[in-house]
Design a protein around this ligand. Structure first.
Ligand code: CTP
Length: 401
């Protein structure tokens, strides 16, 4: 847990995205951080200090000239007694105040008085985000050393308008906070890692394809974690909708054969972690044109042929990385099937998980894995995919210390 013991001052300003800050508080605290909340007047129109305080398990600060608070903690101490200030959501208005050094309420005064790193997660209407004034303020703040995460693109909660302006997801804000606070050891410095992630799409014709279910969340989190530990990481990703992780070289591919070529092209490496849900089969000869329905005729038969097994290829390659890790998606006999995959594919570890539909693992944020190694099994408790990545990072690092 990289946020263990870190003190985060969370400034919530007034926007509909403030409801996501409640989840953000939980995620930060889950990772061992303490969260001290400050709310602007606007924020309190969207979420209550009671809810924020309950989740943070701390007092919520709202007033600049509260006699009680000033004697107790005071705005200067609030600005300094923390390791990081996170602003989520950061409204256009608060950004404008910050860019101009305006201090007319508790939040803006803290931001002017602080000497700590500041991470802002903007959230606003796309037109406000793209407005020249906001562009100017953003550029000023970046030049002033303020760190930004997001905003993301998507539909606005209130107006249904589409565009850039949605607040980054809580887990992305957590990852950005971790990256900022990270001055930890780099046990994988000088090591090269290849990670596969996401599904592959195997074309049937130009409009249809065969695919496995996979969001890429687990593979992307592992790539980011290995990079955080100092490794030089190449992530070979199938088609996913999530963002490229920071600090990682990403090769985007579509089909299994392209993924294999990209992985082999990235050798030599010290570490390979094959997380992708590669389609086991592809259509023997995909049609160059859209296959049309023929009235009165039976649907066209699909002749499938086997895709290359990338993990197995790497596990038995002349340039085999020192450490090869695979995953096993199982719906039954998790341990047995995982162990046979370990042997068959020449891996050092298999992280086996039960992907029966009731577990919600595919596409979800959480994962329960059984680690199968040459010298035995280990059950990890249910945790989120980021935590799985961190624990795997520790395991991998132990092989290089
Ligand atoms: N894998 C791979 N290339 C493939 C198929 C799988 O690299 N063509 C890798 C996955 O990235 C994962 C591991 O092999 O690390 C196991 O994937 P899984 O789908 O569980 O296994 P399969 O080989 O498909 O075995 P089965 O269909 O028998 O469950």
């Amino acid at each position: 847990m990289t946020l263990q013991g870190k003190r985060i001052l969370l400034i919530i300003s007034g926007g509909i995205a403030a409801y996501k800050s409640l989840d953000l508080i939980r995620r930060l605290r889950e990772r061992g951080a303490s969260v001290r909340p400050v709310m602007t007047a606007g924020a309190q129109a969207f979420v209550t200090p009671l809810a924020v305080g309950a989740l943070a398990a701390d007092k919520v600060f709202t007033e600049l000239f509260s006699r009680e608070d000033e004697q107790d903690v005071g705005h200067i101490r609030l600005a300094r007694d923390c390791d990081l200030i996170v602003i989520a959501p950061a409204t256009a208005g608060l950004m404008a105040k910050m860019a101009n050094g305006l201090a007319d309420d508790l939040a803006s005064t803290i931001l002017l008085a602080t000497d700590k790193p500041v991470l802002a997660a903007p959230a606003m209407n796309p037109k406000m985000w793209s407005h020249t004034a906001t562009r100017r303020n953003h550029a000023t703040l970046v030049a002033d050393g303020i760190h930004f995460i997001g905003p993301a693109s998507g539909e606005m909660a209130e107006s249904g308008e589409k565009g850039e302006g949605r607040m980054a997801e809580p887990l992305d804000i957590v990852a950005a906070a971790e990256a900022l606070l990270d001055n930890g050891p780099k046990p994988l410095a000088g090591k090269k890692a290849i990670v596969t992630s996401g599904p592959t799409h195997e074309p049937i014709d130009p409009v249809r394809y065969i695919a496995n279910r996979s969001s890429g969340k687990q593979g992307h989190a592992i790539a980011a974690e290995l990079a955080r530990l100092g490794a030089d990481v190449t992530l070979v990703s199938g088609p996913v909708t999530i963002a490229d992780p920071k600090g990682v070289t990403v090769v985007h591919v579509e089909r299994a054969e392209e993924m294999r070529d990209a992985v082999i092209g990235s050798l030599p490496a010290d570490i390979a972690v094959m997380v992708a849900a590669v389609a086991d089969w592809r259509v023997a000869s995909a049609s160059g044109n859209k296959i049309k329905k023929q009235p009165g005729e039976a649907p066209p038969p699909l002749l499938l042929t086997e895709n290359p097994d990338i993990l197995k290829t790497i596990g038995h390659h002349a340039k085999r990385p020192k450490l090869v890790v695979g995953f096993a998606a199982e719906t039954q006999n998790v341990a047995e099937n995982g162990r046979s995959k370990l042997q068959r594919k020449g891996a050092d570890y298999i992280l086996a998980n039960d992907v029966s539909p009731h577990t919600g693992i595919m596409g979800g944020d959480r994962n329960t894995v059984k680690v199968i190694g040459k010298s035995g099994d280990e059950d990890w408790p249910e945790m989120d995919k980021q935590a799985v990545a961190e624990r795997l990072g520790t395991l991998i690092a132990s092989h290089f210390s």
